[in-house]
Design a protein around this ligand. Structure first.
Ligand code: GLU
Length: 314
């Protein structure tokens, strides 16, 4: 039944004419075929249902910020919030003015400035190679898949052209809120964003946030709750309110066209379609999640408790 529903959504998305605009400010991403679409759902039962190009690898981009935040909270705990806030923002994901207004303490860990800070925090005084190895280890453990890799060509492409991020990092450092050099932090940040995985792998990697991963928990329950709250309020940048309204579950987007969404206690969902809307979030990915949410009653704001089709209430 769930397979039928997601196949229907996939077929509908494949027929859409307006697919949004592929991110072209990172040259390596500008040549991705916008006709691709994938949706994958992991359930607490251990089952996984996928449709479309679910095994095609894509650039994780800002979805990586969820995983660096998980590592940072595990390591620094509450101390992290001295350096970065946890409030949504109505500025664009790469806003420069926002950092100045907040005196170098970015509003949240998902805007670029905040994510650069989190990367600085997990880099500590360390070596980027070790930090990236730790991040890959975490994502691979979450997905149960050791084949996930960084695409160095995408990282180099963003490093060469990501002037906004260089500006943000220099500003943070001028405020005394970046402990490593701009070079080290951004070298690490661009590589974390260039991690590639498939939609099916991403859905599996998100299970720890839904609390449905088998085996010992990867991070403390408090941190899961806090990350989900931030995904709900800030995961789609200045489009987060709209996403909560239309879909109603915690989710994090990336300019590679992926979205990781979480139904706490029930499901981890990944969607991928490379064309973006005006907020820099996957256009068809958002549409597909809205359809899925409405068909299954996934929104956390539904008055009725969520139940999977065909599964009796406990
Ligand atoms: N690497 C991208 C940037 O920093 C990530 C943005 C995103 O995925 O939203 O611009």
């Amino acid at each position: 039944m769930l397979q039928t529903i997601i196949d229907e959504i996939g077929a509908q998305m494949r027929g859409e004419e307006d697919r949004g605009k592929v991110a072209d400010y990172i040259p390596e991403l500008s040549c991705i075929d916008p006709r691709q679409f994938a949706l994958s759902v992991c359930l607490a039962s251990g089952e996984q249902f996928s449709t479309g190009d679910a095994d095609q690898h894509f650039s994780m981009q800002s979805i990586s910020k969820v995983f660096t935040l998980a590592i940072a909270l595990g390591r620094l705990g509450e101390g992290l919030w001295r350096r970065v806030g946890r409030e949504p923002s109505n500025s664009a994901f790469n806003s420069i003015v926002e950092v100045e207004l907040s005196a170098g303490r970015p509003r949240n860990p998902f805007m670029n400035a905040g994510a650069i800070l989190v990367t600085d925090a997990i880099l500590a005084k360390g070596v980027p190679r070790h930090t990236l190895a730790e991040l890959l280890h975490f994502i691979r453990a979450a997905a149960g898949d050791d084949s996930i890799l960084i695409n160095p060509v995408v990282a180099a492409s963003e490093k060469a052209t990501g002037d906004r991020n260089w500006a943000l990092a220099h500003y943070l450092r001028s405020c005394g809120n970046l402990t490593n050099t701009v070079d080290l932090v951004l070298g690490t940040y661009f590589h974390q964003c260039a991690i590639e995985l498939s939609c099916a792998q991403l859905a599996r990697a998100g299970r720890f946030l839904a609390g449905i991963q088998s085996g010992p928990p990867l991070i403390a329950a408090d941190n899961v709750r806090n990350i989900n709250a931030l995904m709900m309020t800030c995961g789609h940048y200045d489009g987060s309110g709209e996403f909560a309204f239309r879909v109603g579950i915690p989710a994090k987007s990336g300019v590679g066209g992926g979205i990781l969404a979480v139904v706490p206690g029930a499901a981890s969902i990944a969607v991928w379609s490379p064309g973006l809307n005006s907020f820099g979030n996957s256009k068809l990915g958002t549409q597909a999640l809205e359809l899925l949410s409405k068909r299954l009653g996934l929104s956390l704001f539904e008055p009725e408790p969520f139940r999977l089709p065909g599964v009796a209430a406990a």
